[in-house]
Design a protein around this ligand. Structure first.
Ligand code: GLA
Length: 390
């Protein structure tokens, strides 16, 4: 049974009727620009053909009842219990419920109507795999509440309210990339977002290539501190560099040349973290004309360089991610391979020559399994459209 069917069946089982609506919001894969969204840089994600589905109807009281079909669990809240993150019986909301509840909270804080709902949801994005399962839950529920509340927001605004839910309610200091990609995805296109101005446009996928996602099967927990620590190191670098570069607001404002001149002043860990960001923003700047001119080999080299930098400077890779990337980079047809998303586990993204992608995927999995003893999942992924009602 696919995730959409699972959500509908779970709804039917719990509420003894069919849901009135189904909302869908996709996960994302990021090709380049990693950890730069919260440094005002540029990112190049695509929404993918894996998504969260929410089957829902309005509730008759002010009590929202949500069923997480994938864990066979249920949670409830009312407008009164929401701010305290508790259920009407005073028990804490389970962790998974913080995402939809956080969205209800942030929409409410923006004066958008969030009528109570009964809902069941399911996702085929593996949790903690670096493919933005959290953002997809936020956006799917954002669409659900917009449907019941009878209001419409531009997708970017809905994305910002999803991010606010995650920052302020769930407590993960994420940037805007994931919610943006889930909200604004386009079929068969890459997205290019300027995370400072929030202006974006789409680009065709590099010609004659396919995106292959390789899941190491090692899961991470984003709220576990490593992410927020990296973000704090970037802020510290801005604070220290601003003595010589007055007026800088983010690492986006620091050129590679200025950084090389001034970096000796930074504590070594802060220097490494900031070096990744400054150089990664430069890589994304170089990538745009390469993509526009169809120079996919050169673009792939930037992806490879990004992985090395995430491994050595930002230190968010793992031995499993490194192994997956190493194997991939040696396989015929691989243009570029790197970890995607926050790191600390999860998936790699591979840009592969179109007619080599099948053979690539068939070789990568068994070789990874041979070296690590872990069972990976490898799949060719399609860029998909953003969140909406089905
Ligand atoms: C997570 C966050 C994003 C972004 C990436 C790293 O996915 O949610 O905002 O920072 O990590 O690029």
């Amino acid at each position: 049974m696919n995730a959409r069917e699972t959500a509908i069946q779970a709804y039917l089982k719990r509420f003894s009727e069919l849901p009135r609506y189904v909302a869908r919001a996709p996960g994302r894969v990021n090709l380049l620009g990693e950890h730069v969204d919260y440094n005002d840089g540029f990112v190049l994600p695509a929404a993918i053909d894996r998504a969260t589905y929410v089957a829902f109807s309005p509730a008759s009281t002010d009590l929202s009842t949500l069923v997480a079909a994938d864990f066979s669990e249920e949670a409830q809240f009312t407008p009164e219990t929401l701010p305290g993150k508790v259920q009407p019986d005073d028990s804490l909301l389970p962790e998974w419920a913080l995402y939809p509840a956080g969205v209800a909270w942030s929409l409410g804080a923006a004066d958008l109507s969030t009528p109570a709902m009964q809902a069941a949801f399911s996702s085929d994005i593996p949790r903690g795999s670096g493919l933005s399962s959290s953002a997809s839950i936020e956006l799917a529920f954002g669409v659900a509440w917009s449907t019941l509340g009878g209001w419409i927001l531009p997708p970017m605004q809905l994305a910002l309210l999803g991010q606010k839910a995650e920052n302020r309610y769930v407590g993960v200091n994420c940037g805007i990339m994931d919610q943006f990609a889930s909200a604004c995805g386009e079929l068969e296109r890459l997205l290019l977002l300027d995370c400072r101005s929030l202006e974006y446009r789409s680009l065709p996928l590099p010609e004659d290539t396919l995106i292959v996602v390789a899941d190491t099967s090692v899961r991470r927990k984003l709220s576990s501190g490593g992410y927020n620590e990296r973000r704090a190191a970037c802020e510290e670098a801005v604070r220290l560099l601003s003595k010589d570069l007055p007026g800088i607001k983010a690492l986006r404002d620091v050129s590679v040349e200025s950084f090389n001149r001034l970096s000796y002043q930074l504590p070594s860990l802060v220097e490494k973290r900031a070096r990744h960001i400054v150089e990664e923003i430069e890589r994304t700047r170089q990538a745009i004309p390469l993509l526009e001119q169809g120079q996919t080999r050169a673009f792939g080299q930037l992806m490879n360089a990004c992985h090395t930098s995430l491994r050595d400077y930002y230190e968010v890779s793992t031995p499993e991610l490194d192994t997956m990337v190493e194997i991939a980079q040696d396989l015929p047809g691989c243009l570029g391979a790197r970890l995607t998303g926050a790191g600390f586990g999860g998936c790699t993204v591979n840009l592969v020559v179109g007619d080599r992608a099948g053979a690539f995927a068939r070789s990568l999995g068994p070789e990874y399994e041979r070296r690590t003893g872990l069972h990976p999942e490898i799949y060719i992924c399609q860029a998909s459209r953003g969140a909406g009602l089905l």
